[in-house]
Design a protein around this ligand. Structure first.
Ligand code: CA
Length: 381
């Protein structure tokens, strides 16, 4: 290619002339700022080799994949200055050590969901999901547009962490049951795999929440060790095979109406990063937020069609049952707020936003679902 002055400047404008070419052609010094050694920064820029620990099994569909793609994006956007090696749960540390590993610098960045850290900071749960709380759209609105992120940053600052929203599962399903839930009586003695606040609420209703690791749920349900389990939504649930061994698939996931995922960065290291790499990490997280929710919605819609073809019996929780569970949830959350001042502060922000968002959703989204979309679609009565 013969470079004329005219084609050169045109090339710059279009970004079609490679940086190595420019450095070769012009000795670099005319273009890149020099550091104290006189070498162009572009060649001596500090290289970052980071580790990401995650709460997800290696390459876990969508949630783990998002971490791999995050790392690829960061590497591309930084032209290789930052490379992140992603570790699934137990590859470097167990899933639930992600928070402490990043906080103490054993890894620079992590991926998970804030409710896993409820034992360290109860209010963290508001930044993942609370029963009868906000859905993905509303939670994104609160975190990104309604002051939630500032509270999240304030909470995590004490742990030397910088949080970034990283995705959302959307409204989860209520779970797989081997007994029908027609009244509150049917929850009494129900042995269900349901973690977190949802488990506490079930306990108040007379049920027995059971803790089982992901790999133990299928056999637990098959052998009657548990009567029910929640997991995620149709796409991930089919992969677990629950439709082969459970009678009913209940909706909605009252316990997880939209679980937000997070990236956490060691704050001391984050603060030292140059501004462009900070922006790259933020931008990759924003990309992940959008990608995860979009994938969840797309794959769940496809998987629901598959489950319907298989004749899976989908059931709705009765209104009376949900009403009582909501009541118990309010008691559980009030307890939490009474015992932890920061939970109280976050809850006040969360709940005041939730009420406004609910009103807005009622006159927009709900009208859409009830009046525009409902006709001709799946009707469970
Ligand atoms: Ca779940």
């Amino acid at each position: 290619m013969k470079i004329t002055r005219k084609s050169f400047f045109k090339g710059i404008a279009l970004g079609t002339i490679s940086l190595p070419f420019l450095i070769r052609a012009f000795g670099g010094r005319n273009f890149a700022q020099e550091d104290s050694t006189g070498a162009p920064n572009v060649l001596t820029a500090k290289q970052y080799r980071w580790k990401m620990v995650t709460t997800w099994p290696p390459n876990f569909p969508i949630l783990g994949e998002a971490c791999n793609k995050y790392a690829e994006l960061v590497e591309k956007m930084s032209a290789g200055r930052m490379r992140i090696r992603v570790y699934g749960a137990n590859e470097l540390v167990p899933a639930l050590e992600t928070f402490d590993t990043v906080r103490t610098g054993g890894a620079e960045i992590g991926s998970g969901a804030a409710y896993y850290w409820a034992g360290k900071a109860p209010s963290a749960q508001f930044f993942a999901s609370v029963p009868f709380g906000m859905n993905a759209q509303q939670l994104n609105a609160w975190v990104i547009g309604g002051g939630g992120l500032q509270l999240w940053e304030e909470l995590y600052r004490d742990f030397n962490l910088a949080p970034m929203p990283g995705g959302n599962t959307g409204v989860q399903m209520g779970g797989w049951f081997n007994r029908e839930i027609n009244s509150l009586e049917d929850l009494k003695g129900l042995k269900m795999r349901i973690p977190g606040l949802g488990g506490k609420v079930l306990e108040k209703a007379g049920g027995a929440p059971v803790l089982l690791a992901g790999g133990e749920i299928y056999t637990g349900l098959e052998r009657g060790v548990i009567d029910a389990t929640e997991w995620l939504g149709p796409f991930h649930d089919i992969l677990m095979g629950f439709h082969e061994i459970a009678k009913y698939y209940y909706t909605p996931g009252w316990h997880e109406p939209g679980t937000m995922l997070e990236f956490i960065v060691n704050k001391e290291l984050y603060d030292k990063l140059p501004a462009d790499l900070k922006a790259i990490l933020q931008t990759a997280a924003a990309w992940s937020s959008n990608w995860v929710l979009s994938q969840m919605e797309a794959k769940n819609a496809e998987a629901l069609a598959t489950l319907l073809e298989k004749g899976v019996a989908i059931r709705k929780f009765p209104r009376e049952v949900l009403g009582q569970l909501r009541q118990y949830t309010e008691e559980v959350v009030a307890d939490m707020a009474a015992n932890d001042p920061f939970s109280r502060k976050v809850y006040e922000s969360y709940d005041s936003f939730r009420k406004k968002a609910a009103n807005y959703s009622l006159i927009t989204e709900k009208e859409f679902y009830d009046k525009i979309q409902k006709e001709g679609e799946l009707d469970l009565g």
